[in-house]
Design a protein around this ligand. Sequence first.
Ligand SMILES: [Zn+2]
Ligand SMILES: [Zn+2]
Length: 359
Amino acid sequence: MRSRQRMFAAVMRLLLKCLRLGRRRRFKLVRQVEQLWHYGHLCLRSLFYNSFTDSDVVLDSLFEPVYWLVDHVTRWFGVVFVALVIGLTSSIVAIVYICLLPLILQTYTPAWICWHLAYGHWNLIMIVFHYYMAITTSPGHPPQAKNDLTGVSICRKCIAPKPARTHHCSICNRCVLKMDHHCPWLNNCVGHYNHRYFFSFCLFMTMGCIYCSISGWEMFRDAYAAIETYYQTPPPTFSFRQRAFHKSVVYLWVLCSSVALALGALTLWHAALITRGETSIERHINRKERQRLQKKGKVFRNPYSYGSWDNWKVFLGVDVPRHWLTRVLLPSPHLPHGTGLSWDLPPCVTEQRAPLLAI
Ligand SMILES: [Zn+2]
Ligand SMILES: [Zn+2]
C-alpha cells in the first residue's frame, strides 16, 4: 500500500516536471516568434527609412496616385488653355478688324480715329508681347548641382537645395524660384523671371477688354436689339452679312466684358500682393506667421517688402524715371533684380533697410 502511494507521488512529480518543461518551451517559442517579427519589421523599416518621414509624408504617399492624375490632367489641359487664349483673342481681333474698324473709319472724326488706331494697336502689341514672353520665359530653377548657397532648405521631392522664396511645383515637377503659382492659362509656372510678364499680360488684357466693352457698348445695344427682332412676324429682312455682324458684335461684347470682370479681379488681387511684396504662396505663409507671432505679442515683418512704392519699382524694374516709359509702357525684355537665389537689397530701393536674411 505504501509502495503504491510512493509510485503515485513519483508519477505526479514527473507530470508536473513535464508540464513545467512544456510551459518553458512555449515561452521560448513565443519569444522566438516575437524576435523574428521585430527583426522582419526592422528590416522592412530600414528599406523605407527617411529622417523626414512624418504623418504628412505618409498622407502624401497615400494620395500620390491622385496627385499624379491631377498633375497630368492639368499639364495636358495647359496646352488646351493656351490654344483657347490664342483662339479667343484672335477671334476678337479679327472681329474688330473686319467688322468694327471699317465702321469707325466711316463714321468717326479724324481725332477719334487716331485715338482708336493708336490705343488699340498699342494695347494689342502689349498683350501679344507679354503673353508670348510669359509662356516662353522659364520662371527660373535653383541649380541641381552642389553649390555654395547658404541658409537654404532641402526640397524633399528634388533632394536638392531650395533657396528662400523657392517652392516645388508638382505639375512642372521642379523647384521654381520665387514661385507664385502654376498658371494653366500659360501652361507655365509663374516665378522669378516671368512674374512681371504674367502680371503685365493680365493688366493689358483687362485694359483691352474694358476698352472693347466701353467702345463697343453702343454697337452691342443696336446689335442686340436687331437680334431680338429676328423672331418677330413677319421676320425682318436682314442679309447674311448683317446677321453675322450682329452676332459677332454681341459675342465680342459678352466675351470682353466677362473677361474684364474675371481677369480684372485677378489683376487687382495680384496688384495688392505686389504692393505688399508677397507672392500668392507667401500670402498664406505670412498670414499664418503673422497670426502665430500675434499670439506671442510680436509683430510680423515681411523681409521681402521694401514699402509699397519701392515694391512696385523693384517688381517692374524701374531704376530711373525714364524706365516708366521704356520698361513699363513699352514692351521690354529686361531681367528682374537679382538671381532669385539670394535676396539682397535692390539698388533702386530708396530706404535704407537692414540686410535681408534668407528664410
Ligand atoms: Zn523641388
Ligand atoms: Zn509649375
